[in-house]
Design a protein around this ligand. Sequence first.
Ligand code: GRF
Length: 208
Amino acid sequence: MEKSPVPLAVLISGRGSNLKAIVEAIEGGRLRARIAVVISNRGDAPGLAFARDQGIETRVMPHGDHATREEYDGALAAAIRSYDVRLVCLAGFMRRLGPAFCAAFPNAILNIHPALLPAFPGMNAQRQAFEHGVKLAGVTVHFVTPELDAGPIVMQASMPVLDADTADSLADRILKLEHEIYPQAIQRILDGGWAVDGRRVTFRTATP
Ligand code: GRF
């Protein structure tokens, strides 16, 4: 169990509502961490302004500044390393991260995806699920590997799809669930006592 807040890096590309949920969980004492840096690949990401308002250090690292994915990933990894963070939390970061980046932070990069993986990876997962007609929707927090939305699963939560739902109302309710689950999953990983065995993440203690 961690005694003092451990440093996190949060990577965003847009709105930043999951970033906000992480900040609120920290402020509410539900997540014993601090955000050392928020990095966005887009200078106009609204989440950046939120982070600045909170007094959190921000960096803009546009992927267009680098000729190749490998170069970008290398620069991103170097920047993150300089903050000596325990975990890298992707929160709507809309860039694939290559093998070298993933290897630089083994079992230390988390992502949240708005579907019950392995169903509906990729973009617009909530709409994919809605249009498929699933009766249970949900969210997945997983370790990041170079394969899109395919890393070992840390935590999932589900909720019923209502007959009255539209794709938008479903996406709204999924987002609320994301905001509950992501800080919980981050704390669970920071608490330790887990292992990754192939695709399976197992915990020594029961899920709270
Ligand atoms: C969320 O739906 C998240 O699951 C997905 O991207 C979206 C980011 O939203 N990976 P926000 O920027 O956190 O509001």
